[in-house]
Design a protein around this ligand. Structure first.
Ligand code: EPZ
Length: 418
C-alpha cells in the first residue's frame, strides 16, 4: 500500500499551473448525457472521481476515452438509466447524474449515495427539486426510482443553497419543456462553469452565480468543447502550503476572485498576496499569526473545502484561531491526526480552537477524507523529520498529483510503496 512521505523544513518557491476544477468537471461529465453527441473536456484532471464518473458513463452506454489531456465523451449510444449500488458508493457525488439521466431517459434508477467521511449527505433537496418539476420519486430499499412522465418547467425553491441540488435541478430542467426558475440557488463558480458548458451545448441557462437561475428547457442540444475553470480549492491548498513553510509561489490558471476569502485569511496571518487575470502570487516569511474566526459558509463565504488546509497552515502560528464549520457535521476528522504531529486543537461541536505551537514532529498519520488528507501533507511540510501519510486514495480523489505539484515547488514529498 502506498504512502506519501514528506520531509519537513523546506520553503516553497516557484510557479505552478493549477488543475481544472474537480467540482466543475464532475457535474459537466454528468451534463454530457443531455446532448446525445460528442463532448470534449479539455485539460481534464486525472482524478479518482473523474475515473468513477467515467465508469458510470460507460455503464450507461456512453463511449469515454482519453485523448492526451482531453476526455472525450460520446453519449449518443446511451442505453440505460440506472446506476448500480457499487458505482454510487464509489463516489458520493454520483447523485449528480440523477437530473441528467431523468432529462435524457425520462426515468432514472440509482441508490442513495450514502453518507461519507464528512457525515450524513442527505439528498432531500435534490429530490424535492425534481418533484417540483413533476417527477415521481419512489424510495425503497435504498434504491431511488424517478420517473418523469409529465416533467415540465416549474418554480423551484431550494431550502438551502445546496451546490449539488442546484446542479441537479439545472440539468433536469434542461431536458423539460418550459421555463424553470431556481431560487435560493448555490452561487459557486463551478455552477457558472456548468452554465457556460450547457450554453455551449445549445441550452438556455442564465443567472448562475446569483441566487436565481433560469432555464428555458427543451432546447435541441449538441456536443461541444470546454475547458473548465481552475480548481480554487487546489489553489488554496498550495497557497496554504507556501504560507506555512515560508516561500514565494505564483499560481496560474485560477481566478483569484474565486478564493478571495482564503487569500484574505492568509494576508491576516501575515502573508503578502498579489493577483491578476488568472494568477495569484504569495510570499510568506513562514512565521504566521492567528487570525479572526474562520466561519465556513456557502459561496462567496469561506469555503468548507479550504477549512482543513488553512488549519494546517496555522498550526505553528503565534496566537489562537477559532474555526466554525457550518457546512458539514463531521469535517474535523483530520484534527486527531494533526495532533499526532504535535498540533494543539480543541474541538467543541462545530467549533475548533487552534493554539499555535512552536514545533511539529513527523509521525505516521492517515487520511480521513480528501481535504483532511491534504492538510496532513501540509502539516508534514512543517514538521521536523519525516511524516508518512497513509490512506492516500482519499487525496487522489481530488488532486491529480499533489506530491508532484509540491515537489515542483521545492518540497521533499514523494509517494512510496510501504
Ligand atoms: C459540493 O458538495 C462539493 N462537491 C463539496 O466539495 C463541497 O464541500 C460542498 O459542495 C459545499 O461547498 C462537489 O461539488 C462534487 P451541498 P455537495 O449540497 O453538493 C446539506 C470536496 O472536497 N444538504 O452544497 O454535496 C449538506 O448535508 C467536496 O471537493 C442537505 O441537507 O454539497 C451540507 O450540510 C466535499 N440536503 C450542505 O447542505 C440536500 O439535499 C451543503 O451541501 C443536499 C445538501
Amino acid at each position: 500500500m502506498n504512502v506519501i512521505a514528506v520531509e519537513g523544513g523546506r520553503t516553497l518557491q516557484g510557479e505552478l499551473t493549477v488543475q481544472s476544477a474537480k467540482n466543475s468537471v464532475l457535474p459537466i461529465l454528468a451534463a454530457t448525457i443531455l446532448c446525445g453527441d460528442t463532448c470534449v473536456i479539455e485539460n481534464c484532471p486525472r482524478l479518482e472521481d473523474v475515473d468513477a464518473s467515467g465508469a458510470i458513463l460507460r455503464h450507461l452506454g456512453c463511449r469515454v476515452q482519453w485523448q492526451g489531456e482531453d476526455l472525450i465523451v460520446d453519449s449518443a449510444p446511451l442505453c440505460r438509466g440506472e446506476i448500480p449500488d457499487e458505482m454510487m458508493r464509489r463516489m458520493r457525488s454520483s447523485v449528480i447524474f440523477l437530473g441528467a439521466i431523468l432529462a435524457r431517459c425520462g426515468r432514472a434508477e440509482l441508490s442513495y449515495p450514502g453518507g461519507c467521511e464528512l457525515g450524513p449527505r442527505p439528498i432531500d433537496l435534490h429530490l424535492s427539486a425534481l418533484r417540483m418539476l413533476g417527477a415521481q420519486v419512489e424510495e425503497s430499499g435504498g434504491r431511488l426510482c424517478c420517473s418523469g412522465g409529465k416533467l415540465r418547467g416549474a418554480e423551484i425553491v431550494l431550502g438551502l443553497p445546496s451546490v449539488g441540488a442546484t446542479e441537479n435541478a439545472i440539468l433536469a430542467a434542461c431536458g423539460v419543456g418550459g421555463t424553470t426558475v431556481i431560487t435560493n440557488a448555490a452561487r459557486e463558480p463551478e455552477i457558472v462553469d456548468l452554465q457556460n458548458f450547457l450554453c455551449k451545448m445549445g441550452a438556455e441557462v442564465r443567472g448562475a452565480g446569483t441566487s436565481t437561475v433560469t432555464v428555458e428547457g427543451g432546447r435541441p442540444l449538441h456536443g461541444c468543447r470546454h475547458r473548465c475553470i481552475g480548481d480554487r480549492i487546489a489553489a488554496a491548498t498550495y497557497l496554504c502550503a507556501a504560507a506555512a513553510t515560508g516561500g514565494d509561489i505564483c499560481l496560474r490558471g485560477v481566478d483569484y476572485r474565486h478564493l478571495s476569502t482564503v487569500t484574505t485569511a492568509l494576508c491576516q496571518a501575515g502573508c503578502r498576496v498579489s493577483s491578476g487575470e488568472q494568477w495569484i502570487h504569495l510570499t510568506s516569511g513562514g512565521a504566521l499569526r492567528g487570525i479572526c474566526p474562520v466561519r465556513t459558509s456557502p459561496y462567496p463565504g469561506f469555503p468548507t473545502d479550504a477549512q482543513a488546509v488553512l488549519m494546517a497552515a496555522l498550526l505553528r502560528s503565534s496566537g489562537t484561531t477559532v474555526f466554525v464549520e457550518n457546512m458539514f457535521q463531521n469535517r474535523y476528522r483530520h484534527v486527531a491526526e494533526l495532533a499526532r504531529l504535535g498540533a494543539d486543537i480543541r474541538l467543541e461541536g462545530p467549533v475548533a480552537v487552534l493554539y499555535g505551537v512552536k514545533r511539529l514532529r513527523g509521525a505516521p498519520v492517515r487520511c480521513t477524507d480528501l481535504r483532511g488528507g491534504a492538510a496532513l501533507v501540509l502539516a508534514g511540510l512543517q514538521a521536523d523529520g519525516v511524516t508518512e501519510v497513509g490512506e492516500i486514495h482519499h487525496i487522489k480523489r481530488g488532486y491529480g498529483d499533489l506530491p508532484g505539484d509540491l515537489r515542483r515547488l521545492g518540497a521533499a514529498v514523494r509517494e512510496i510503496k510501504k
